[in-house]
Design a protein around this ligand. Structure first.
Ligand code: NI
Length: 137
């Protein structure tokens, strides 16, 4: 098995906010991350696909195709947006890195998987020091 990874970047605004909690409860948990008027990050998303080598192309997956899938399904919808209000598949979601990865996974998985390859891992750098990973379980 081989693993290929494509990095994509996006810039977006968000705040951490659980809609089932009161404002003071949100502020107690999320502190500055819950500031009312949002803040921004330069995110990096790493998408890793696992598969065997296609004997014709020599690829697990053409990275041009992987780039297009990630851009069409995720980046075009999140880049320069407010993640809390602008993104259809994040409606009502508290936009932690963990929740973003869960939602990104559900968008990407059906577009990547086939008999030869599977989405294996997503990694999201919210900052260079704060990194979340998801393997679909
Ligand atoms: Ni933040």
């Amino acid at each position: 098995m081989f693993y290929i990874t494509r990095r994509e970047r996006f810039s977006a605004a968000h705040k951490l906010w659980n809609q089932s909690l009161s404002p003071s409860e949100n502020e107690a948990i999320f502190d500055k991350c819950a500031l009312l008027n949002y803040h921004g990050h330069n995110y990096e998303l790493f998408v890793t696909v696992k598969g065997s080598i296609d004997p014709i192309s020599g690829y697990v997956m053409d990275t041009k195709l992987l780039k297009k899938i990630i851009n069409d399904a995720i980046i075009a919808k999140v880049d320069h947006r407010n993640l809390n209000v602008d993104v259809d598949f994040l409606n009502g979601v508290n936009t932690t890195s963990e929740n973003l990865l869960f939602c990104f996974w559900n968008e990407l998985k059906p577009l990547i998987d086939n008999d030869m390859r599977k989405l294996y891992k997503l990694q999201l750098f919210e900052t260079e020091n704060n990194i979340a990973e998801y393997y679909g379980e």
